[in-house]
Structure formats: structure tokens, C-alpha cells
Design a binder for this molecule. Sequence first.
Ligand code: ADP
Length: 483
Amino acid sequence: MQLNDQSLFRQQAFCNGEWIDAQSDQVFPIYNPYDQSLLAEVPDMNAQDTQVAIEAAAQALPAWRSKSAGGRAKLLKKWYQLIRKNVDDLALLLTSEQGKPLLEAKGEILYGASYVEWFAEEARRAYGDVIPGHGRSMRILTIKQPIGVVGAITPWNFPNAMITRKIAPALAAGCTVVLKPAEATPLSALALAELAQRAGFPPGVINIVTSNQAAEVGEELCRNPIVRKLSFTGSTRVGKILMRQCADTIKKLSLELGGNAPFIVFDDADLDAAVAGAIGAKYRNAGQTCICANRIYVQAGIYDDFVAAFQKAVGQLEMGNGLDEDVVIGPLINQAALDKVERLVKEALAGGAAVLTGGEAATGYFYPPTVLVDAKPDMAIHREEIFGPVAPVYRFQEEVEVIELANATEYGLACYFYGRDYARIWRVAEALEYGMVGINTPAISTAAAPFGGVKESGIGREGSKYGLEEFMEIKYMCFGGVS
Ligand code: ADP
């Protein structure tokens, strides 16, 4: 891989300000999902390596937390600028290890950077309160303090932005961090660490543990009493394991887990906007995001028009090497992802669903953009997160019916709907049991807004003013004897 700045291509872990190997010297391979070619080998770290990183973070904590908020903000801003300056290299690394089209990768880098900028600004706004006392001589005051050492575990679908979304608020709050990136995509994480080092973060403030032994490293991050907070983005299955493991040390937890997003189109929707929105909400990152539309419900009066226009738009999506211009659909991340999509589609077809376009795996890890109709609510494709470029479209008649269907899931991350009647917009937005509602737009992700889910989609929020609070504790001071 030829980068403008080859030193962003790191094949070692980053701990206590140094680039290091695993104590065991073991490494594991990183492949390009486009053609399965070998990209790199990185250290395969274990629980002991993780302990060392946690201790480095603990050592760095007192000086970092006592720095002024402005001082921390200054380093975050520098990091932000370096990320933006190196957007091309970071995007190339990201597409190479993850597969998404280069333009989307660039979008992710800028989106990721926006969290660093946002929290550089928020660092100065960790306000406390002065509360009227409970007696004439009493005064009440609160301050916010960093929670301490933070453990973070991130997924492969956003190898850059899921990291900045956790690290930036943690650092802004005054915490230090040990992060384990997904085993499929550590190169983006290591490049971010290289830029953080150049920005001037002191040793131990950011530590990156690369590993192919997720369960072992994860368990150490959960059980080590030095770690006071765990922030995780990934599957609900793993989120549950982590929550159990964190119980013994009563760690504060943020969990961004799976979704099963409904995308509802009412009869009075703007058809073109709804079709464009469905394309955006479904096919970004080849359908591999936790907020991707998983179930598209279209009201009977607009159903035929929507399906015809949607099918046409899907037919124009070009699939291929993410590095090629015009490509908007890259490969899936690995064979397991492909197998899951194939299973869900096959089951749906066996149960009476029909394919309008796509529907058969291509070569390598490629699955073409697919549209299905006549799938049923009792099918796995309706219950499970597809995580691939397959759009099942369901027909509905009544508002109450679609709300019931949309809410009949253990997930509650993102949902979307299109319509123009303002009373219905409020009614539906309030009735949907989700953490995020896109109304006439799929573009809900921004550093300014609280990202997160309800039910089994998680706990806590990332981004916005709330994102900083996840890494802080409230301390209450009670003053007596004021006379
Ligand atoms: P996905 O299905 O998106 O790969 P996972 O939840 O499996 O989601 O992975 C998200 C992150 O969680 C990755 O960094 C992965 O290595 C990590 N992970 C997987 N299993 C565990 C585990 N048992 N403990 C801790 N982390 C894990």
C-alpha cells in the first residue's frame, strides 16, 4: 500500500507512547476483504499485554486529569487537524482493510474527526451546578470529574469513527484510554495513534492493544479494577458478555449494540425523498451499519410506486473494488458475514418471499444490492440484523399496525419514517421505541447529536453534550455552617 506518508502504516501496538510487539512475539494477519490479499501483520496481544497497557494508562492519569480543560482541548484540536490533513492516507488504509468505497471512507474520516473537534470544544463545558441548599446554613455544589482509566472496544464497520467517538470524549473529560480495535481493522486505529503521538499527547494517555484474542483482552478490560469505565460498540451478544463481566467491579458501561431499524414510508411521503433516503439508510457500507434500514415498511397507497422507483435506484448501485471510482458497494467484511446474508435470503425465499433484484452471492465476499418483497414478519430476516445489502420491503395498511410491527423487536437503536402530516409525525416519532428517529432523512449521525439505543440496543449516548458525561462522575459537595 502506497501512502503519501508511509509512517501512518503501523504494524505494532501502541502502549505508553511506544510502538511495541506482543510479549509473546505472536502476530496475526490483516487481509483486504476485496481480494483477501495480505495487508499487514500486527501484534496478537493477550491479557498480560493488556494489563501493561492498563497500568500505563493509570500512570498517565493523574497528570492528564489535572491538566486544564483548555490544555486538553488544545491537544485534541491538534489531533483533529492532523486527522483532516491526512484524510487521503487514512481513507486508503480504511478502504484497504475494511472494503468500503473510498469516498465513504473519506466521509468516515471527516465524520470521525468531527468528534475530536466537538469534544475539544466540549472539554471546557463540563459544568457543575449550584443547588439551593436544604437548610438556611446549607449550600450544595456539584462538580464533574473524570471517571478514570477507560477501556474501549470497537467494531470493524467504522474502523476510524467508532474510535474517535469514544477516545475524544474520554480524553476531553480527563480520562486515559486503553482501546482494543476490531481484529479485522486495526490499521486505522494505529494510524490514529500515530497522529495522536504527533499531536503531543503524553505517553500512556492513549494505548492501543491489537489482538486476535478478543475474549481474553476483553475479559481483562472488564475485570481489571483499575479500569473504571468500559465503552463498547459491537454486537448485542458480546455486549451481554461484557456487561456480565463488568458486574464484579461495578464498572460504568456504555454499550452501542445491534439494531433492527424500521424504515416506514407513509402514503403522503415525498416519494423521491423516501427512495433516496431508503438507498442511503440501507446501502451505506454495503448494509453493514447498526443503523441500516433492516425492514422497509411501505403503506399500501404508495407501495407500488415506491417499489418500482426503489428497485430502479438499487439497480444503478455499482459494486466492486472500493478503490475504483463510481463504486458504491464494496465487499462484505468476511465469509461469515456473507454466509449470514445468504442464509437469511434463502430462508426468506423458501418461505415465499420474492427477489426483485440481486439475491445471489457473487465472487469473493461480494453480495449484490438486493430487493426482496413478500417477506413475512415471522421470518428471520425480519427479526435479525441483516448486516448486508439486502432490502426486504413489506406492505402495510394502517399506522397502528406499522408501529406495532416496528416495535416488535428486542432492538431499539435507529428508526426512520417519511411522511408530511405533522400531527402524525409527532405521534409516530413519540410511539416508536428507539433511541434515534430519522424523520424524512436518513442522515442522523452527527457529533452534535446523542447517538445511542434503548432496549437491547444499548446503554448510554455518544456525541453531543451527553457524550462527555458518560466519562465523568458527579461529585456533590455539601457545605454546612454558612451563617
Ligand atoms: P461484529 O459482529 O460486528 O463483529 P462483535 O461484537 O463480534 O461484533 O465485535 C465487536 C468488537 O468486540 C470487536 O472488537 C471484537 O473483537 C470484540 N469482541 C468479540 N468478542 C468479544 C468478547 N468475547 N469479549 C470482548 N470483546 C469481544
